[in-house]
Ligand binder design. Structure first.
Ligand SMILES: [Zn+2]
Length: 357
């Protein structure tokens, strides 16, 4: 469970780019018909093309939402994987247990030589559920870490700062019990909501700082958990064709939003920074993790721990903005500067909602 930054971005694009989209749609229509005519009237077409370029270029440059030109992406970017909603991310689908998910996920991480990966825990329900307790033990025994994700996963925008801080503190005895001497003082905001107002943001940050926490920011996020409920429905119907589409669309969405996140880092900081990827401990992300790791390696990514990544000075910067909806770390800087976002292909929300219903 986390912020839907893509929705906020889509709204932003809708507001800023409506006129541009209409203009481009018109130009594309003219271009398509022009291509047909070009077959017959080459010279007339060339003159028309020149005029069209002259008309369309200034429109793109004067758009308030048009982002600047971006440099090429790094050949070997760095990323820390993180998993939210331990030990019960997503629904428990047919044939799955919490312990089974944790066992499979940690074996995939260890097969990729990844240790010390942070999973952010909500303690609510753990005391009454031996399966959740065992899942936590499996996670830690495999050499992974846990951090605080609040007790019951509230949205900060619907709480007072004091209520939210109480919810964080209420999670601490369980963290202490399971993590022992390991450093569990890393905090991930549910829904990536860091404060609806600047005052609320500053209040909670001051509390976290006073209690020894570092904030586990997120720079890369592709809403991986949106595939988990559809997966559960398709699994119950034994619909293998739909599950194949879920796998394919998950990877396409991951590739698109990882590219978007990297470009957003460039816009926010002038260059890519060591990244933090938000994932969820769901059965579907567990199923897809080997493919996802393959994609990241293909893109040249190298893996590092969360503390090492956030050692980068960029993580000491603060956009100093209250946001009613959650946003990633670089997105918050673009929001603060009212900068345009890179273009992106949105998540297939409608099909995810309707598939296997
Ligand atoms: Zn969460």
């Amino acid at each position: 469970m986390f912020a839907h930054a893509a929705v906020a971005r889509a709204a932003h694009l809708r507001q800023c780019g409506k006129f541009l989209l209409l203009a481009f749609a018109y130009i594309e229509t003219v271009r398509n018909s022009r291509e047909n005519r070009c077959m017959r009237h080459r010279w007339v077409c060339m003159i028309f093309s020149g005029l069209l370029a002259a008309v369309s270029a200034p429109a793109a440059q004067t758009s308030p939402s048009a982002p600047p030109q971006l440099p090429p992406l790094r050949r070997h970017p760095v990323v820390a994987l993180t998993f939210d909603d331990l030990p019960a991310g997503g629904g428990l689908h047919p044939g799955y247990t919490r312990t089974g998910i944790a066992t499979q996920l940690t074996s995939e991480l260890r097969a990729a030589h990844l240790r010390g990966v942070y999973g952010f825990m909500n303690g609510d329900g753990v005391a009454d559920d031996p399966d959740m307790q065992q899942a936590l033990r499996v996670w830690l025994a495999a050499g992974m870490n846990i951090g605080n994700h609040t007790w019951s996963h509230p949205a900060l925008s619907s709480e007072t700062a004091a209520q939210f801080e109480h919810n964080i503190a209420f999670n601490e005895p369980l963290l202490r019990q399971y993590a022992g001497k390991r450093d569990w003082h890393w905090f991930r905001f549910p829904y990536l909501e860091e404060g609806a107002t600047l005052q609320q943001r500053n209040d909670v940050r001051a509390w976290l700082h006073a209690h020894g926490y570092r904030i586990a920011e997120v720079t890369l996020n592709f809403n991986d958990d949106d595939w988990d409920d559809p997966y559960g429905r398709c699994l119950a119907k034994d619909d293998t064709a739909s599950i194949a589409w879920l796998r394919q669309s998950y990877m396409e969405n991951a590739a698109e939003f990882i590219r978007l996140g990297r470009e957003t880092e460039q816009l926010a900081f002038g260059h890519e920074i060591p990244a933090v990827l938000l994932l969820h401990e769901t059965s579907f992300t567990t199923l897809m993790l080997p493919s996802l790791l393959h994609l990241l390696r293909q893109e040249g990514f190298r893996f590092a721990s969360l503390p090492k990544v956030e050692h980068n000075p960029a993580y000491s910067l603060n956009p100093n903005i209250g946001l009613p909806n959650g946003d990633s770390f670089p997105d918050a800087f673009l929001d603060a500067h009212k900068s345009g976002y890179p273009s992106f292909r949105p998540e297939p929300v409608q099909r995810l909602n309707s598939i296997c219903q």
